[in-house]
Design a protein around this ligand. Structure first.
Ligand code: DGL
Length: 276
């Protein structure tokens, strides 16, 4: 039987809209429920324990609202919470996806010189999760944390000369090395031009696209698809600052996210009393 429940997608804030956007293109008939934890962003500078705690709280909120699949759009949260959230999902019969494995899989297929670069937040790179998965496939790996990319993307400077300068600075050590580089952070696909110019001839792997096709495959296999082919809708939940989410989110989604509801993960109901 078709399953009309929405797919839950969460991120530390705005960046996961790149994953949502890929998902909606891949599965236009599905409803989606996006939660951006804008009160606690960034996750990328925090400790593994804190990221796990935040990710558990956010996903609890989504489980309670009735979702049929959970996509951890944030690379940092996928790094530190995927196993734990998969266990919870498994017990409830809900598939849980992170963005890391699909990106690794795509990079393995793309590389010809068996050498792959990975770019991510400090927390993602420090955990060495990507590095381990890629090394297990027999690939040489170079990893670089690029924290300034997040700010550049949110500032709307992805195609400004300043982004090109920052990219050249971060990526100089990759020259002549990997032929494939994973954009291992939600924000980095926006800087694709600047990163590509700093690494001519290198294949850039967008894990958002890789994740969206993994979700589509599993929904099909598990008969969790919606009956509709098109016309799916998206609702947005944020934990802080609706105005900024809509303004900055436009660059990530191609339109202002709408409708957006402010929620409080600390209140017992998880909800603010909305003004009428
Ligand atoms: N969403 C995060 C990621 O993909 C980047 C922003 C943050 O640090 O929270 O790693």
């Amino acid at each position: 039987l078709p399953d009309p429940r929405p797919i839950g997608v969460f991120d530390s804030g705005i960046g996961g809209l790149t994953v949502l956007s890929a998902l909606v293109k891949e599965l236009p008939g599905e409803d989606t429920l996006y939660l951006g934890d804008t009160a606690r962003v960034p996750y990328g500078t925090r400790s593994p324990e804190t990221v796990l705690r935040y990710a558990q709280r956010v996903s609890n909120q989504l489980w309670h609202r009735g979702i049929k699949a959970l996509v951890i759009a944030c690379n940092t949260a996928s790094t530190h919470a995927l196993e734990q959230l998969k266990d919870v999902g498994h017990a409830a019969g809900i598939p849980v996806f992170g963005v890391i494995e699909p990106g690794v899989f795509a990079a393995c297929r793309a590389t010809k010189n068996q050498s792959v670069g990975i770019l991510g937040t400090e927390a993602t790179i420090r955990s060495e999760r990507y590095q381990r998965l890629l090394a297990n496939e027999g690939l040489a790996v170079k990893a670089i944390a690029c924290p300034l990319f997040v700010a550049l993307a949110e500032e709307g400077w992805a195609d400004d000369p300043v982004a090109a300068t920052v990219a050249a600075r971060y990526l100089s050590s990759l020259k002549g090395g990997p032929d494939t580089v994973i954009l291992g952070c939600t924000h980095y696909p926006l800087l694709r031009n600047a990163i590509g110019e700093a690494l001519p001839g290198v294949t850039l792997v967008d894990s958002a696209l890789a994740t969206a096709s993994a979700v589509a495959t599993v929904l099909r296999e598990q008969s969790l698809e919606n009956a509709r082919e098109t016309g799916g809708t998206t609702r947005f939940l944020v934990t802080d600052n609706v105005e900024r989410f809509q303004r900055v989110g436009r660059q990530f989604l191609g339109r202002a996210p709408e409708p957006v509801e402010l929620i409080d993960l600390d209140s017992p109901a998880g909800l603010f009393a909305e003004e009428p």
